[in-house]
Design a binder for this molecule. Structure first.
Ligand code: GDP
Ligand code: MG
Length: 174
């Protein structure tokens, strides 16, 4: 199913959902290129990037990352985007309650219409901004999701996000 090459080498489609401006593209660019561009105002072009990591058990996981070029504004297009995804990152901005509400909408949508074995992470981005924060841990636990706070700006927890979700992928029998 869904892009698995063999038990030791996984290839998976990963999508990011969440309000425009929460930092989805920046998370991807931080992870794939090790860069953060503070001048970028909205989504930076790239729509497809891939990156491979090795886990401690020597499994490799190739993430095929689908970033949106703002299609997140059009809910009707979402099913085309997340179809076949093994991993979904539901991203919100920890300083913005509206984006946390929207994240919950996306979780419900994927629970209803996503692939049944999709692995989801709830990602509270912009953790470098220490204002009043929306804490997603309780919501994530209730919904059986991995939870992490990240900063694409400082790189805090970006690699951990991808590593931890990779460990939670269902594995084909070896
Ligand atoms: P997207 O619409 O979800 O893809 O959001 P972008 O990745 O385009 O980021 C939107 C804005 O948030 C940009 O101005 C980024 O510079 C900023 N941004 C993204 N990640 C972070 C972060 O971790 N910390 C801070 N302080 N700003 C961020
Ligand atoms: Mg974007």
């Amino acid at each position: 199913s869904g892009g698995v090459v063999d038990a030791k080498n996984l290839r998976v489609k990963l999508v990011l959902l969440g309000d425009s401006g929460v930092g989805k593209s920046c998370i991807v660019l931080r992870f794939v290129r090790g860069q953060f561009d503070p001048t970028s105002k909205v989504t930076i072009g790239a729509s497809f990037l891939s990156q491979t990591i090795a886990l401690q058990d020597s499994t490799t996981v190739k993430f095929e990352i689908w970033d949106t070029a703002g299609q997140e504004r059009y809910a009707a297009l979402a099913p085309l985007y997340y179809r076949g995804a093994a991993i979904a990152f539901i991203v919100y901005d920890i300083t913005s309650p509206e984006t946390f509400n929207k994240a919950q909408y996306w979780v419900k949508e994927l629970q209803k219409h996503g692939s049944p074995d999709i692995v989801m992470a709830l990602v509270g981005n912009k953790a470098d901004l220490h204002e009043k924060r929306e804490d997603g841990i309780e919501y994530a636990e209730k919904n059986g999701m991995f939870f992490i706070e990240t900063s694409a700006k400082t790189a805090d927890n970006i690699n951990q996000l991808f590593e931890e979700i990779a460990k939670r992928l269902p594995r084909p029998p070896s």
